[in-house]
Design a protein around this ligand. Structure first.
Ligand code: SF4
Length: 363
């Protein structure tokens, strides 16, 4: 069986969050003689799994990359944040490293392609998938290039060696295969878990160890993700079907337990303030909309009123499908989810008190 058929049968999807069929991407790459960029940036907040793959399975990662490009001998580059441990490890192994600035959108797929071809690490508008090549908005020629997440490339090597049936013996029919999850935040031992879709989220949390007082809220998927109460999380399984009612999916595999000693409104504020500074400044709705949502949230946390709430909801909704990349979509989802989960907490702030009693009210 050839590699692409094996990937299709296995049902491997990208482990970076978009969950696009890997067989489709590898087939298009072969047809267009595309170069490969292996994305090991762990660009989402809380992500650690691609660095883990580089740290523990580098030989298989390199083999996976070789398999993806073997028919056409395309150039293989490994993307990692500048001066990160991952970049040092890749370089020490003699690999061709594409060092990216440590900015949120720098590891976005088209940002990496732009950087690899001498441009800035900023998202590019896709007229057609860059696996087919083309030109950027300045008219520069772009070589056909495919970007695959590091965990995805490692899985390619595993499927080639062990077969699609082995792969499908893990996970669910909709989300097959073993997968990694970064469990982080308020847990005793933050680490990368080797797991599969369909396991109870409570098992992932228990494996990381809880502190007392226990966490009360979870953030799944970082800045592009969404919140759950701990009760909701412990009732759910790690699958996109279980998480869809909360507005999200298993995404890039990040499970973050919020510190219950800190006001969650302040935590949301810190994420949104960070987001406000990370827009690449190319699309108006993102450049102005994301900072406006961040400012609204800060105002809401300090002085909650219905009019600010309505304005922020409207602005968060307006972020969807408005940018050249998915960054504002993710921020809109994050903010909308914060309304849902922390609505009661906002109400308490309106009454002049913060339920996170161990710290002063966020202001
Ligand atoms: S949506 Fe924002 S981050 Fe994405 S390309 Fe446009 S300005 Fe840049």
């Amino acid at each position: 069986m050839n590699l692409i058929d094996a990937l299709d049968l296995a049902g491997l999807t990208g482990r970076g969050g978009a969950a696009f069929g890997t067989g489709i991407k590898v087939r298009a790459a072969a047809e267009n003689k595309a170069d490969l960029i292996v994305n090991a940036c762990d660009g989402e907040i809380g992500a650690a799994k691609d660095g883990w793959v580089v740290g523990y399975h580098l030989d298989e990662l390199v083999e996976g990359a070789r398999l993806v490009t073997s028919r056409r001998r395309g150039r293989i580059r490994y993307a990692a944040h500048r001066d990160s441990e991952t970049a040092h490890r890749l370089r020490a192994a003699g690999l061709d490293v594409l060092e990216t600035p440590d900015r949120y959108v720098s590891s976005e797929e088209t940002s990496l392609i732009s950087l690899a071809q001498g441009g800035l690490a900023r998202p590019m508008t896709k007229r057609a998938p860059f696996v087919m090549g083309g030109r950027d908005s300045a008219g520069r020629r772009i070589r056909p290039t495919v970007v695959l997440n590091a965990e995805t490339v490692w899985r390619v090597a595993q499927i080639a060696e062990r077969g699609p049936d082995w792969f499908r013996s893990f996970g669910t029919p909709d989300e097959p295969g073993p997968r990694l999850v970064s469990v982080t935040g308020y847990v005793m031992s933050p680490h990368v878990v080797q797991t599969e879709a369909g396991v109870p989220i409570g098992d992932l949390l228990d494996a990381a160890g809880e502190f007392a007082p226990v966490g009360e809220h979870l953030l799944i998927g970082g800045l592009g993700g969404f919140f759950l109460t701990m009760t909701e999380g412990r009732r759910a399984r790690w699958s996109s079907a279980d998480l869809a009612p909360f507005g999200g999916s298993i995404g890039p595999g990040i499970l973050d337990v919020l510190d219950p000693r800190l006001c969650p409104l302040g935590t949301v504020d810190r994420f949104l303030s960070y987001a406000a500074g990370e827009s690449a400044g190319q699309c108006g709705p993102c450049m102005f909309g994301v900072p406006a949502v961040a400012a609204d949230w800060r105002e809401l946390a300090a002085h909650p009123t219905q009019s600010v709430l309505d304005r922020m909801r409207h602005r968060a909704d307006q972020l969807a499908n408005r940018g050249a990349c998915r960054f504002p979509d993710g921020v809109g989802r994050f903010a909308t989810s914060a309304f849902r989960v922390f609505g009661q907490h906002l109400g308490e702030h309106a009454r002049g008190r913060c339920p996170s009693e161990r710290t002063p009210a966020h202001a």
